[in-house]
Design a protein around this ligand. Sequence first.
Ligand SMILES: [Zn+2]
Ligand SMILES: [Zn+2]
Length: 215
Amino acid sequence: MSVHTVSHGYVNSFVVVGDGVTLIDTGVKGGDQKILEALADLGKGPRDVHRIILTHLHTDHAGAAARLKEVTGAPVYMHPVDAELVRQGIASRPGFTGVFPLNGLMSVAQRLMPGRYRPCEVDHEVVEGDVIEDGFQVVFTPGHSAGHISLLREGWLFAGDAAANIRRPGPPLIFEDRALSRQSFQRLAALDFESAGFGHGRTIDKAAAARFKVR
Ligand SMILES: [Zn+2]
Ligand SMILES: [Zn+2]
């Protein structure tokens, strides 16, 4: 398996090449271009993509999902709780808030979170313990959003926004439910993995789990 981080500036998505090609998150509206370029660099075309997994509903992760589904023809996987909103093109829930006094961050967050994007059909709803084809284990990590999932595969954790690697891996600074987001982070910190990819912050290639435990 090889993992390729695709940076959209402030948010990452991932191209995972295993038995098939999997996209994890899509970036913002327009993020499809960056992903198609990353695929081309790997000698792959859009039709080589086997599946798209969305960690959660926010526009910086699901904003280009409809477009990428269209060009790849690949099925979309997501937790049912967030899928319900993605199907309607609703990008965040009311009550999405941040740690005081990060007001600056919140205004950035709100700018990045337009209320709507192009609705995207979700083909497969997945929950805690499911294993998506090609071996992605679903870990339910609510709090940042109510239907957030992280993924484990072959020593890799794909945390989405359940953890952010700002100075070091930590719980998200913005969330729907802070207590729940911290519980979910602790759950990730108790797992065994070697490498970790984040929605926000640098990918960690080696000894990543230990970095989650140093608080
Ligand atoms: Zn998010
Ligand atoms: Zn995000």
